[in-house]
Ligand binder design. Structure first.
Ligand code: BJ8
Length: 383
């Protein structure tokens, strides 16, 4: 795997951000902890605060969480709560407010417990997009969240500040998308391990301009590498990852796939361009525009969720995909059930090999996963 000299693993980037955040707090910055792609970051930016992702991505905290939560629960929820309740996550400690959403049942019930530790506001995300009431209600939730943030942080969110935040966040999205779209190049000049690590690590820079610069610089280097060294050379099998967020299983699955001889070039998940592919409309009323944009996110918590299949359809073509690996975190019912539809779509409509891996953050199933991945990659190589 070809990693740049200054490459930082996600866990390193997260650790390196601790000091940066401490300094920002000491300078008077306020912090809002978030857990989901549905969170309208623009509201936080408009309050002159910074957001930080608090999703647990390792086994740390899980034992502690299991004292309060069922064992048979998604590892992402348990790890996130465990870090909070054990007071072992500096980012949770520094957060002045938690901004969350009613996505899956496990997360929304966990937030009730989290609210006992830290001020927590839960936005009521509609369970589907059909009918005008969904958008109306979600727009109302944008206003309600803005009021809570303003009150809690004692920071006024004006329309002008919100419009400015929308423009800035759109610039971040474009930079992020440029990096992810490196995966469209064939052969791909970077590993999916690197692309996904970098895309998720830049959040710990806490400066929007610095994030944009970092993403654009790396994308430009990779574009040049492709043009000057790789264009016209042969490609390894190209894999699209779909399903649950991969942060807690990047080493166990993404790295392994690439060590075994295939390239992970695309991510149809929240660890991918899902939220960057369409921008917030800068011409509309800002609350309406935020509601429209965030309601379009294709997560399996939405019922029905046809947009995910439209996106998969175009990604399979644009990224020249040879096979699809779905990752389902244990006890994630929405993705596990939707996996049946994804399997039929990929194998029947797209005529491509598909592999579904259900896993958690432990290493106990690594051997079994490696065996299945090796067989899958062999199949792709012989196709
Ligand atoms: S928009 S994917 S970040 S909800 S994996 S906690 S759904 S049981 S993380 Fe997610 Fe927002 Fe959707 Fe993205 Fe529940 Fe499933 Fe666990 Fe999940």
């Amino acid at each position: 795997m070809n990693l740049p000299e200054n490459f930082e693993e996600y866990s390193e980037a997260r650790r390196n951000g601790f000091i940066r955040m401490k300094e920002l707090k000491e300078s008077g910055k306020q912090v809002v902890g978030i857990f989901c792609t549905y969170t309208p970051d623009e509201l936080i930016m408009a309050a002159d605060a910074i957001s930080v992702g608090l999703c647990g991505s390792s086994e740390e905290g899980i034992l502690e969480a299991e004292k309060h939560l069922p064992k048979n629960l998604c590892p992402l929820i348990k790890a996130s709560y465990g870090l909070a309740v054990s007071d072992t996550c500096p980012y949770f400690y520094f957060s002045d407010l938690i901004l969350a959403e009613t996505t899956c049942d496990g997360k929304k019930k966990m937030y009730e417990l989290m609210g006992k530790i830290k001020p927590t506001h839960v936005m009521h995300l509609p369970p589907g997009r059909e009918g005008a009431a969904s958008l109306e209600s979600w727009e109302g939730e944008m206003h309600r969240a803005a009021e809570v943030i303003s009150r809690q942080l004692k920071a006024e969110i004006t329309e002008e500040k919100l419009r400015k935040a929308i423009r800035q966040k759109n610039r971040e999205r474009k930079a992020m998308l440029r990096l992810y779209e490196i995966g469209k190049l064939k052969p791909c000049p970077a590993s999916g391990y690197e692309l996904s690590s970098l895309a998720e690590s830049v959040q710990f820079l806490f400066s929007s301009e610095e994030k944009i610069q970092t993403l654009e610089n790396r994308a430009a280097e990779l574009e040049t590498r492709y043009e000057t060294e790789l264009k016209g050379t042969s490609s390894r099998p190209r894999i699209l990852i779909t399903g649950c967020p991969i942060n807690g299983v990047r080493e166990k699955i993404i790295k392994q796939i690439e060590l075994m001889g295939a390239d992970v070039v695309a991510f149809d998940s929240c660890s991918g361009p899902r939220a960057q592919m369409d921008l917030v409309d800068e011409t509309l009323d800002p609350y309406r525009a935020l509601a429209e944009k965030y309601l379009r996110i294709n997560c399996s918590v939405m019922s029905p969720n046809p947009g995910r299949f439209e996106t998969l359809d175009s990604m399979v073509a644009e990224y020249q995909i040879d096979g699809v690996v779905e990752i389902v975190l244990q006890a994630c019912h929405t993705f596990a059930i939707e996996a049946n539809l994804v399997k039929s779509f990929i194998t029947q409509e797209k005529d491509l090999p598909y592999l579904c891996i259900e896993t958690d953050y432990s290493q106990s199933d690594s051997g079994q996963i490696n065996t299945r991945l090796a067989a899958f990659i062999e199949l792709l190589e012989t196709k």
